[in-house]
Design a protein around this ligand. Structure first.
Ligand SMILES: [Zn+2]
Length: 504
């Protein structure tokens, strides 16, 4: 029976208000069962086509990927050790999952360790050199800064990456996907759209509200859609842990509490997945992250420092949390660029700088990235063409101090540097910087602060740099075979066979 309640009158009213102050045009007035409804409609159309001999839209298998924004390895490990994450523990432990006690598989996030480069790497299956989202802030074609932390720029993001995403690839193959990610909310067959509650949550930085809404809607979708009609790919982006970690700092009681609450909220999701598995629907579930955090007590006033330089007008600076990047004048000689990179490394609280020194012309010859450390030493990453899993290049790392050249390795494929990574071994620096500097339009120079400093001064916890806490992220999997070696997050959907045509 249809009836009027106050909610149905208030909602359109609130929606109009919210649309005014927030992201005009971005917001439809969504409800918790909006995704399930949109999906049913799309499937009904597809069934009509199917009965006329067209391909099927639904998936023979479902990959559910949950990205917990900002979930670092130390926070997750602490939560597991304290026994505060019973749902995650039960769902991802053996025999179905890869969690062993409080030990889990690690993956390498993209550099810079910021949300947008990593969100995009995950859903496009490409490293930053393959998609060009080199930060939360990008230098646009007119020299303007495009800031993706501003919701008004999400349409620009979508415009840049839409054809590359798993959502588009699956659509072109006649398979369905669902996106629960606000920055990427137009990709899937059905998508979670910002509601009034979500818009208000964003506006007041109450990200818990945003996650509650996401998980409520996902729960309704899984409950009301028969498992054999689930899409091939469901992507879920949860943001409250990241918000708390920025505000309160990494590995604090408040972050552990946010994770404990999230664990409880995931229970119904895990329930519906188990039920689907029991009904014989192949579902692989992954819980991962885009970056971890470090705690920050110093701000480097890089904009002021650069503004005082005689060459300030010729330099283009992009400041992005724990990384700053710079475009140098094209007329500068190699010597001048190296001198600049070395001088920037000597600024107080700068940890190191890296300079793109040479790119091999049309794939011939050897490219070089130089790293200048605050203590005056230098390292080099040389790279050349080779047949490797991630792309046609291999790299050699050489550490140079004032008197000797040592620690020179041979040329190895980047996957080797990832596999050798752990919390004490920073070999991921090689693959991370290589992907970054090989990107078209990548800056000439990056500046990375000491582990306890940033450029923003806005938060207790921050990220963007290349410490193991920021780069290495958890990779919990159930039913998906991901191995135990460190691999880059941009390979995840390949491992789940989303970018390849499957044998049915
Ligand atoms: Zn993030």
């Amino acid at each position: 029976m249809r009836h009027f309640d106050t909610k149905s009158i208030i909602r359109p009213l609130l929606c109009a208000v919210a649309t005014g102050f927030w992201a005009y045009g971005l917001m439809g007035c969504a409800t918790s069962n909006g995704v399930a409804h949109e999906y049913r409609e799309a499937l009904r159309d597809s069934d009509d086509l199917e009965s006329n001999g067209h391909t099927t839209l639904k998936g023979p298998r479902t990959s559910l990927v949950i990205m917990v924004d900002g979930l670092g390895t130390s926070t997750l490990r602490a939560g597991l050790r304290a026994g505060q994450l019973p749902e995650i523990t039960r769902f991802f432990s053996a025999p179905h999952g890869n969690l062993r006690g409080s030990e889990f598989v690690l993956a390498r996030g993209s550099f810079p360790t910021l949300t947008y480069p990593n969100l995009v790497s995950l859903v496009t299956g490409r490293a930053v050199d393959g998609h060009g989202i080199l930060g939360n802030r990008l230098l646009g074609d007119e020299g303007e800064i495009i800031d993706f932390e501003n919701v008004l720029n999400w349409k620009k993001l979508e415009h840049k990456i839409s054809p590359m995403t798993a959502f588009s690839v699956l659509r072109n193959r006649g398979q369905a996907s669902v996106s629960y990610s606000y920055p990427l909310f137009n990709g899937g067959t059905a998508n979670q759209r910002p509601s009034f509650e979500v818009a208000a949550g964003y506006a007041s930085k109450d990200y818990d509200v945003v996650d509650i809404y996401t998980l409520e809607s996902l729960g309704m979708f899984l409950e009301s859609t028969p498992a054999h009609r689930w899409p091939r790919f469901i992507f879920v982006h949860l943001i409250n842990v990241d918000g708390v970690e920025h505000e309160k700092g990494a590995n604090t009681p408040q972050v552990l509490e946010a994770l404990r609450i999230l664990d409880r909220r995931l229970a119904p999701i895990f329930h519906w997945v188990r039920k689907a598995e029991n009904e014989g629907h192949h579902t692989d579930t992954v819980l991962t992250s885009d970056h971890g955090f470090v705690n920050v007590s110093y701000q480097i006033p890089i904009e002021k420092l650069v503004a005082r330089l005689p060459s300030a007008k010729e330099l283009k600076l992009v400041v992005d949390n724990r990384v700053a990047s710079m475009y140098l004048p094209s007329g500068w000689s190699l010597r001048t660029r190296r001198e600049a990179a070395r001088e920037f490394s000597q600024i107080s609280k700068i940890g190191w700088t890296a300079l793109r020194q040479r790119l091999p012309a049309d794939g011939e010859g050897i490219g070089r990235i130089s790293i200048f450390y605050a203590n005056g030493s230098e390292a080099r990453i040389d790279f050349k063409n080779a047949q490797c899993d991630y792309g046609p290049w291999a790299a050699r790392y050489t550490y140079v101090n004032k008197v000797t050249t040592r620690g020179q390795s041979g040329f190895h494929c980047p996957e080797i540097y990832d596999e050798l990574s752990d919390t004490d071994s920073y070999t991921f620096v090689v693959s991370s910087l290589l992907e970054y500097f090989r990107a078209e339009k990548s800056p000439d120079l990056v500046l990375v602060p000491d582990d306890d400093a940033d450029f923003s001064g806005a938060y207790r916890g921050n990220h963007g740099g290349l410490t193991s806490e920021e780069v290495l992220v958890p990779m919990l999997a159930r039913h998906a075979r991901l191995g135990r070696k460190v691999f880059p997050v941009h390979r995840l959907l390949h491992k789940l066979e989303i970018f390849s045509e499957e044998k049915q």
